[in-house]
Design a protein around this ligand. Structure first.
Ligand code: AMP
Length: 404
């Protein structure tokens, strides 16, 4: 039987990223096709399609998301790997916010789009583009099942004490203000591999997963269920990120409102796009930050130290609330690659049963895929597990398409 592929779409406000992959593939296998449509609405557009053997680019202006997607599909067809040629089995859409409405991936049919639209006030920066992506893809591929996979779904199990803010209850209830958490697809995908690495039953495993990419979040997981996470109502909360503050005193916002002429959208932009590593050190790419630190740049050193300090604050809090853990796992761009971040995040914790092996941490053996970086004596096992959100979404899409 020929391979049955799924298309995974991640539609943002000015770009669409996508992959065509085999949901049954091994996690280390590259996608069959990957592509990006970016600079939508700008003077120069950019569409890039890549397969293992070839690539194709187009730099003409792209008027809208739907035009961009249609053109990308056309380019894929020219390469012989378009949705029609491949007889796609399912389309999986990454949706950032599922609110209290969606606790698991969902086949997009009936009133699902309307329920998604009702959630826009909770994620005005993300959900409209996700919904637009779904509508465009459904118009172009009407005969394929479409599935929404939510960044928030993994956190629907958070205990009430972790999910609620000490905000006026009436206001919180009326506006659905609570901790939802994000990066759930990644935390779930990575954490599900850990019991196997420990040779334990998933129900017995307590663990912390650290998704450290351009966005970053930490999650505490007990018996496969998320019990705490660092992002909140929005992805702005928690750890220091590439361009986001992570946790700050909310009083800072009132102070800025009263003492500057910034309006609320400018403050939103400041906290989400002009802060974090970029705002402190001028760069959001962790490799560039490390280079600046090595060159003696003081701002970069401070940004790095605040990053590590905040990370340790969350690890410590989750260790305590879980009453100790079996494993701590690093994932995403920084988590998978930055040897120094892993070392510094867990330095000096031997009394807590956590001991990093320097050679394993530096991956001197060049192991691809999941690997242990703690010493054999370390009571808590520390792992690096590459995340693959697209594969996780493809698997959900395939599973639900089978039931359609
Ligand atoms: P992600 O959002 O998962 O794609 O991660 C992006 C982040 O990973 C960026 O800040 C990159 O600088 C960082 N990153 C990627 N490769 C490395 C590396 N070899 N060392 C340090 N950071 C890296």
């Amino acid at each position: 039987m020929s391979t049955q592929y799924a298309l995974v779409l991640n539609s943002g406000s000015s770009s669409i990223k996508f992959q065509v992959l085999d949901p049954k593939a091994d996690s280390t296998e590259p996608p069959f096709v990957s592509g990006i449509v970016e600079k939508i609405g700008e003077k120069n557009g950019h569409i890039k399609i890549q397969t293992e053997t070839t690539k194709m680019e187009d730099t003409r202006p792209i008027l809208s998301h739907s035009v961009g997607l249609e053109r990308a599909f056309g380019m894929m067809s020219l390469l012989g790997v378009g949705p029609q040629e491949l007889d796609l089995r399912a389309v999986g859409h990454r949706v950032v916010h599922g609110g209290e409405e969606f606790h698991a991936p969902e086949l997009i049919e009936g009133d699902v789009l309307d329920r998604l639209k009702a959630l826009i006030p909770l994620a005005p920066l993300h959900n409209p583009a996700n919904i637009d992506g779904i509508e465009n893809a459904q118009a172009l591929l009407p005969n394929v099942p479409h599935v929404a996979v939510f960044d928030t779904a993994f956190f629907s199990t958070l205990p009430e004490a972790a999910a609620n803010y000490a905000l006026n209850a009436e206001v919180a209830r009326e506006h659905n203000i609570r901790r939802y958490g994000f990066h759930g697809t990644s935390h779930e995908y990575v954490s599900r591999q850990v019991p196997g690495l420990l040779d334990k039953d998933p129900s017995e495993v307590k663990q912390i997963t650290l998704h450290l990419g351009n966005g970053a979040s930490a999650t505490a997981i007990d018996g496969g269920k998320a019990v705490d996470t660092s992002m909140g109502l929005t992805p702005l909360a928690g750890l220091v990120m590439g361009t986001r503050t992570g946790d700050i005193d909310p009083g800072i916002i009132f102070h800025l409102t009263r003492s500057t002429d910034m309006d609320i959208d400018e403050i939103d932009n400041l906290l989400n796009r002009k802060s974090g590593l970029k705002g402190m050190a001028g760069v959001n790419d962790f490799r560039e930050l490390q280079k600046l630190v090595d060159d003696g740049d003081k701002d970069a050193k401070l940004a790095h130290d605040v990053y590590i300090h905040t990370l340790r604050r969350f690890i410590g809090s989750y260790l305590l609330n879980l009453g100790g853990v079996d494993a701590i796992t690093f994932t995403a761009g920084v988590g998978e690659n930055a040897v120094g971040v892993r070392r510094d995040a867990l330095a000096g914790l031997e009394n807590f049963g956590i001991e990093i092996d320097d050679a394993r941490n530096a991956n001197e053996e060049g192991i691809e895929g999941a690997r242990k970086i703690s010493t054999d004596n370390s009571k808590v096992k520390v792992f690096v597990v590459p995340t693959n959100e697209e594969l996780a979404i493809a698997r959900y899409a395939d599973e639900l398409a089978n039931q359609a």
